[in-house]
Design a protein around this ligand. Structure first.
Ligand SMILES: [Zn+2]
Length: 206
């Protein structure tokens, strides 16, 4: 595991990227460690999808045409990686070298390492195994997750906290965000009801 500026063995990192069940804590301790797990031998940061499913990654928002089936691909920028004996490449701010948004990639990494499902028929429990959401499906899922939970990827990381301490802090954060959203929604509802009621009051006074 990474400690301060120490690097994790590349073979260990590869195992973390290839086996969902292996060392899930790596995806939820802190952002730096999670990113380090997605770092290749050539110091490129690549998302799970572009590391495992589509290594050349030619589909992105910069490459779409009017004929493309989707204008929002989930990968905003073209891939820009450092090759053998080349200088380091600086990715777009907030994005990885594969062109994908860092926060969405890290959320996907966390969900891939932690989510499990159980069959009601055979009782088997298993995770994502070799499946990966493509960038567009991943962005849609991440957007829905953030909208519904009020959480961002930053609340995933628990540092040195115990599981219970982290859970309490995360729930407190979530309650606060949801309470603020509730107040806003109630205000909108009140304003809408007042607008609806206004014409009839006006009509009755004429
Ligand atoms: Zn990517």
């Amino acid at each position: 595991m990474r400690d301060g500026n120490k690097k994790m063995d590349p073979k260990f990192r590869r195992l973390i990227r290839e086996v969902a069940e292996f060392c899930p804590r790596a995806a939820m301790t802190n952002r730096e460690l999670a990113l380090h797990c997605l770092e290749t031998n050539r110091r490129n940061f690549i998302c799970l999808y572009h590391g495992e499913r589509d290594k050349n990654g030619k589909t992105n928002d910069e490459s779409v045409t009017e004929q493309s089936p989707y204008q929002v691909t989930g990968t905003p920028y073209a891939r820009a990686v450092k090759g053998v004996r080349e200088d380091d490449v600086e990715p777009q701010p907030g994005h990885l070298h594969c062109g994908c948004p860092e926060d969405v990639v890290l959320l996907d990494f966390y969900l891939w390492k932690h989510t499990k499902i159980t069959s009601p028929v055979n009782g088997v429990t298993e995770g994502w195994k070799d499946q990966h959401l493509d960038p567009r499906a991943r962005l849609l899922m991440a957007t829905a997750w953030q909208d519904w939970t009020g959480l961002t990827v930053d609340q995933i990381y628990k540092g040195d906290q115990s599981d219970t301490e982290a859970e309490v802090e995360r729930l407190q954060y979530q309650v606060e965000v949801i309470q603020t959203a509730l107040v806003d929604a109630e205000e909108k509802l009140t304003q809408r009801n007042e607008k609806r009621a206004a014409p009839s009051r006006h009509a009755s006074t004429v």
